[in-house]
Design a protein around this ligand. Structure first.
Ligand code: NAI
Length: 686
């Protein structure tokens, strides 16, 4: 039974029992209606609604997201609870999210357990609450708090909910508390729809609009949710509820909702990989305490792993110590830790070492030294003899070949790539790179560790740049082609920001430093690579101007008080067109976006074709989490598919007809189009 009824004298307890998290699927909705029938017939004096386990109700059933849900619908149930002959009390035993909170808002009173969490996170999935949340919450707590919570999709704890007036009490045992409520107290409480309309608050609405425009740029649901909450001040409840339901149903089938659901489910699947199997890791060695090594070591310590950080000399070890200490003091200043806790963690979970001689035993070693093959090989040779034979050995290399790094190891089955993103303690993405001989056991243990770190792991095979940096390289290459044919850096950046990228490709290069990609192009011999259209602009900037981006105060842009397009760079771009005999033409923002996104999808398809990524959805995760691709577009693969793979094929064919060195159609795309296959069917064959 997904919904149980227990009647004890004049009290009926309705318990939603739909593991794991009591979502409001069809069986629960039917069960709730049947339960209400039953308690109505029994003639009880009060009804208590609760959930089993750690949740009250965690929201809608994901399996119904993409399809038309069957009756009874949640709004009807909430309305019935609200108008029920006897008071219904929500005993919120745990998470009450989305439809779960809306059920509770239909109740006459809400009593929450201290560990309960409450929220209407619908906008994060591209929709608005659909069962009265935008109308009842502002009536209960006022426009200002409701509009902030709903437009951000923020989930709060019981104590905060009590402060806001969202719940009437916080009690260790909410069911017992609901049982012992006095009749007077119960009769005092009216249904939320019978409360007076909330007072309009234009300022709070405007603040929410501005904040959504900044934080959720490009997404439509937050603005619609804000308008619905604002409307609650003037609409009669039935109008508001009808407006909300119509908006919800329309958004549910929108491109943005589909994209956000796609990313959400792919994330969940990725994070579930580490749930079973593998060995627990409690001790780690980190080699190199620079930007990456320090942050990785900090992240591990946060989840209770003891780390030993190795540097080459005493000065390096001191620097590493300072780098790690800085992360702790940042946590303290952000209010995430106290000075005492930070000092204790730094003293107890970290040690700093010069060389490999006196290292403690460790179950994993993660290397984050300079991006140089010989240096990395030297590190692994030292680790091989310093640690026991079953310690896992991982490299954080961005571009080097892990198989080459692993050459000479006594046991390459325990070696793999673990490509964190910077800042490694904050970025959730990790590419887990299978080297030639990495065993499933090794992968399982590492996935268990990434789960503990609450990271999103994406499995990748070995190729230059793995999934993310390989697509990034291709994306930049096509942008450079557009530069030489007539676009300018600021125009490309604006177009890509307009599409929804967090930053444009040239701004990003200025931020990360032009030297990294420069070194990589040299290593790969781009200037003379056969079958490759080489655009010299980026190399010439480094060679001739020494502008390496923000760190040198100038790069693709000038940096004075603020960033401005650089006349010097624009002249270089134009001169390069002239030198190559190209007559420059204009590019519209749409054309820039079309080419850049086609290039990303094309490279993604090759990555799929070569078995580097397991699924197209994995590629989307990497681009959304590591490269600022708009989440609400679902990633480059989802976005291309939603627009139509036949269209992508035609575009690439046209681009290739014009510029065969820069473009060609991947076989897998022809096959997908010819056979009408969805990208989800083009998975890697193990
Ligand atoms: P970094 O230059 O900040 O740090 C490297 C550290 O390694 C320095 O502290 C250096 O003293 C130490 N080191 C060098 N040789 C050593 C040796 N033989 N033994 C012990 N320590 C040694 O470099 P960063 O940025 O931390 O990068 C490290 C690795 O992570 C590189 O392979 C890089 O490609 C990769 N990576 C970097 C990302 C970034 O955004 N910075 C992102 C993802 C990967």
């Amino acid at each position: 039974m997904t919904v149980r009824v227990d009647i004890d004298g004049s009290v009926a307890l309705i318990t939603i029992d739909n593991p794991p998290v009591n979502v409001t699927g069809l069986a629960v909705r039917q069960g709730l209606m049947a339960a209400l029938d039953q308690v109505e017939a029994a003639g009880v004096a009060r009804v208590i609604l609760t959930g089993t386990g750690k949740t009250f109700v965690a929201g809608a059933d994901a399996r119904e997201f993409g399809v038309e849900p069957l009756a009874p619908h949640l709004p009807e149930i909430v309305a019935r609870i609200e108008r029920f002959a006897v008071p219904v009390i929500a005993a919120i035993n745990g998470a009450a999210l989305g439809g779960g909170l809306e059920l509770a808002l239909g109740c006459r009173m809400r009593i929450a357990a201290p560990q309960a969490t409450l929220g209407l996170p619908e906008v994060t999935l591209g929709v608005v609450p659909g069962a009265g949340g935008t109308q009842r919450l502002p009536r209960l707590i006022g426009i200002a708090d409701a509009v902030a919570l709903i437009s951000e999709g923020r989930v709060i704890r019981a104590a905060e909910a009590l402060d806001l007036g969202m719940v009437d009490a916080v009690e260790e045992d909410p069911v017992a508390a609901a049982c012992s409520l006095s009749v007077e107290k119960l009769t005092e409480c009216s249904a939320i729809v019978d409360l007076p309309a909330p007072r309009a608050d234009d300022q709070a609405v405007e603040t929410a609009r501005r904040s959504a425009a900044r934080r959720l740029r490009g997404q439509v649901a937050p603005d619609i949710a804000i308008a619905l909450v604002a409307g609650s001040a003037t609409w009669p409840p039935e109008t508001g509820l009808a407006e909300e339901r119509a908006a919800f149903l329309k958004l549910r089938s929108s491109d943005q909702a589909a994209a956000l659901r796609h990313v959400f489910f792919t994330e969940r699947k990725a994070m579930a990989q580490g749930r079973d199997g593998g060995a627990e890791i409690d001790t780690a060695v980190i080699v190199g305490g620079g930007t990456m090594g320090a942050a990785i070591s900090y992240a591990l310590a946060q989840v209770g792993v003891t780390t030993a950080l190795v540097e080459t000399d005493a000065a390096g070890a001191d620097r590493a110590h300072a780098n790690v200490a800085k992360l702790y003091s940042e946590a303290v200043s952000r209010g995430k830790s106290t000075p005492e806790a930070a000092d204790t963690a730094l003293a107890e979970r970290h040690s700093f070492h010069v060389g490999f001689e006196a290292l403690p035993e460790a179950q994993i070693a993660i290397e984050a030294v300079f991006e140089n093959l010989d240096v990395k090989r030297g590190v692994f040779a030292a680790l091989d003899s310093a640690l026991s034979g079953d310690a896992i050995l991982a490299t954080n290399t961005s571009y080097l070949d892990p198989n080459a790094i692993a050459e000479g190891l006594s046991n390459p089955s325990r070696f793999l790539g673990l490509h964190f993103f910077s800042p490694a303690h904050l970025m959730k993405l990790v590419e887990v790179v299978r080297a030639k001989q990495t065993t499933p056991d090794t992968l399982a243990t590492v996935l268990r560790l990434t789960a503990r770190l609450k990271k999103i792991p994406v499995l990748a095979g070995v190729c230059d740049g793995f999934i993310g940096n390989r697509i990034l390289t291709r994306y930049r290459q096509i942008c450079d082609v557009m530069l030489i044919e007539g676009a300018l850096p600021a125009q490309v950046d604006a177009a890509m920001r307009g599409f929804g990228m967090a930053m444009g490709p040239y701004e990003v290069q200025d931020l990360s430093g032009l030297d990294i990609a420069y070194a990589n192009r040299k290593r790969l011999g781009w200037a003379t690579k056969p079958g490759h259209r080489y655009i010299a602009i980026a190399d010439r900037i480094v060679d001739e101007t020494g502008r390496l981006g923000r760190k040198t105060g100038a790069g693709w842009y000038d940096y004075g008080d603020k960033r401005t397009p650089s006349a010097l760079i624009e002249e270089m771009v134009v001169a390069e067109s002239v030198r190559s005999g190209i007559s420059r033409r204009t590019f519209s923002a749409d054309e820039i976006v079309a080419r850049a996104t086609a290039a990303m999808a094309e490279e993604g398809l090759r990555i799929l074709q070569e078995g580097i990524a397991d699924t197209a959805a994995d590629i989307d995760l990497v681009l959304v989490h590591g490269y600022g691709f708009p989440r609400w577009r679902g990633g480059p693969m989802h976005s291309a598919e939603r627009q139509g793979l036949p269209g992508l094929l035609t575009s690439i064919e046209e681009f290739a007809a014009e510029d065969p060195l820069s473009w060609s159609v991947p076989d897998i795309l022809r096959r997908a189009v010819a056979e009408g296959l969805p990208l989800a069917d083009l998975t890697r064959k193990p």
